[in-house]
Design a protein. Sequence first.
Length: 281
Amino acid sequence: MKQTLPTQPGPIGVFDSGYGGLTILSKIREALPQYDFIYLGDNARAPYGTRSFDIVYEFTLQAVRRLFELGCHLVILACNTASAKALRSIQINNLPTIDPDRRVLGVIRPTVECIGNLTHTRHIGVLGTAGTIKSESYVMEVRKLFPDIRVSGQACPMWVPLVEYGESQGDGADYFVQKYIDALLAQDERIDTVILGCTHYPLLLPKIRRYMPEGITIVSQGELVAESLKDYLRRHPDMDARCTRSGRCTYYTTESEEKFADSASAFLNETIRVSRLDLNE
């Protein structure tokens, strides 16, 4: 039986497999401070980067459905792996039957749209999870918008665990940061722009800057996604009218509330209250 979803205006949903999406949420709230948000982190099943397409799709769809049930009309997948492996299927196959007036947006397209103005050599690199790199989503999106740009990708399987376990600024992180940057640049010596294709990676920025050669532009996603969402709401006043505004943000996790609240402070620099929910219910 088809479930009846709330029809009254509600918050904007922001979803990630873990904590990384908080870097996106933070920039979105800076750009749109008056809006209400719900953040949902599927921390109990993170990371998504090494999981199959089918599993990422299943998990992401569960999260999107739950955010719709919580009153969201618009959901942002603040996760590159979910954007790469699940977004298109949800938009095409699920939204028409769940509710054709609700929307789900990703983070890859807004990131790619700026690239044409940043690279001079027309050779760029992408650092991401194994899932994002294997999907070739960045390659395909860049090809659509900028067919003259060559894209090289490098999976960084240790970066998300370093961030999730609070080791992003530890001495042990240096080895893996340098290793993956060197591996990317070894693929193409003409790379002059590098996309951080995972929302966790801004937490590694001090070390990434240390090992990235001078003259290479590092593209972080937060501001780009925030500006893209602001523009989207301006161009879609019907959706904008379905988003509530009281400056509130509610946090949910599929894991321990205490663990999430402690870890989230590294991303948000503030104390938050969080509730636990089960996506399998």
